[in-house]
Design a binder for this molecule. Structure first.
Ligand code: ZN
Length: 359
């Protein structure tokens, strides 16, 4: 497993078990494959249709089904491919078909927003798998917990609207009336379970423990997704210190969620730019509603002072990483990588306007 820090300008890392894995390149390769599979399938369909029309006219629905069948042969979802790879690498021993089906559905349910999209979900899923592979974390978790951690990671922000819970409440968005606090995380957990409950996505069935095992899986997914709320951050760090059972998986997901934007310098610059775009868009939405752009987690285009990524890396991610490293060994390379990224941002931010604290 590669554990070195990628220097700027190096080729993108496409090994899904590597810390510095480049999810952007992975997704664009799948998008290219999807386009090519779609055009191959439609070219084949046109050829078959033309040939059949000449020979004996048949039902058009039969021809369409044939086309869809050939397309389904290729993996069109980057998230499904990544999740399947991770489950195999982890030796989870679950059925591949429902896992891929679930992750395809999860990827499709993510929205097209700048940061909290399927790329982010896939990145967090990969990071969690990487954490389980490079540390002894999985020895401390049951198989149901490991599967729940993987699924929760991929789906933890599913259907995210690119707006904060505080903004959704302030703007009286319908989702804020439907879900209890934390609004977004409750919505993500509900949506993820709804997808996991579809018979073709029922990966928990292959755990083999019957209803009790499936219940444990579902409860764990909800517990883990709710733990990605920043409001749970201090509690998770404190619980790690008290060695409460069940904290490790929650801490791992929360860490993977936070550290995605500060893993390597090159990836960090891309993620931070996306996050900034999303917070500026929320600022615009706030202004349209007569609210102040900078309130509820938005950012004001008229006062675009960058938030401090170095401060976030050192003040928020590092304490969590250190607290987790007391319990599981093998996180030394991550500590070093975080230091490199924080130092790069410190250099950048010295040349910019005084940073505000980012949370
Ligand atoms: Zn997230």
């Amino acid at each position: 497993m590669a554990t070195s820090v990628t220097a700027r300008g190096e080729a993108p890392v496409t090994d899904p078990t590597a810390l510095e894995f480049d999810v952007f390149t992975y997704f664009s390769e799948h998008a290219r494959a999807r386009t090519s599979a779609t055009s191959t399938a439609s070219a084949r369909r046109i050829t078959v249709e033309t040939k059949r029309r000449r020979e004996s006219p048949r039902s058009p629905s039969e021809l369409t089904l044939r086309g869809a069948g050939s397309l389904a042969g290729a993996e069109v979802s980057a998230m499904a491919a990544l999740g399947s790879h991770a489950a195999r690498a982890l030796g989870l021993g679950v059925d591949d078909a429902p896992l891929r089906s679930l992750l395809r559905a999860v990827e499709a349910a993510y929205r097209d927003v700048p940061y909290h999209n399927a790329l982010h979900g896939a990145g967090v899923g990969q990071a969690v798998a990487c954490l389980m592979l490079e540390t002894r974390l999985r020895e401390r978790l049951t198989r149901a917990e490991q599967l729940a951690l993987l699924v929760a990671a991929f789906g933890h922000d599913v259907a995210h609207p690119g707006l904060t819970s505080a903004f959704l409440k302030a703007s009286k968005a319908p989702v804020a009336a439907l879900h209890a606090d934390p609004v977004l995380e409750s919505m993500h957990a509900a949506r993820l379970l709804e997808l996991a409950d579809a018979p073709e996505n029922d990966v928990a069935r292959s755990l083999g423990g019957g209803d009790a095992e499936r219940r444990a899986f579902r409860e764990c997914v909800v517990f883990l997704v709710l733990g990605t709320d920043m409001g749970a951050h201090a509690g998770i760090t404190e619980e790690l210190a008290r060695r409460r059972p069940g904290t490790l998986a929650r801490a791992a997901l929360h860490l993977a969620d936070l550290s995605g934007s500060v893993t390597t310098v090159a990836l960090s610059r891309r993620w931070v730019a996306r996050l900034r775009e999303e917070t500026l868009a929320q600022g615009d939405a706030a202004v349209r509603l007569g609210l102040r752009a900078g309130d509820y987690g938005g950012q004001d285009r008229a006062d675009p002072r960058p938030q401090s990524t170095a401060g976030f890396a050192r003040g928020v991610v590092l304490p969590l990483l250190r607290a987790l490293s007391v319990h599981v060994s093998g996180l030394e390379s991550r500590l070093r990588a975080l230091d490199v990224v924080a130092a790069a941002w410190e250099e950048t931010e010295r040349g910019e306007a005084p940073p505000a604290t980012r949370l």
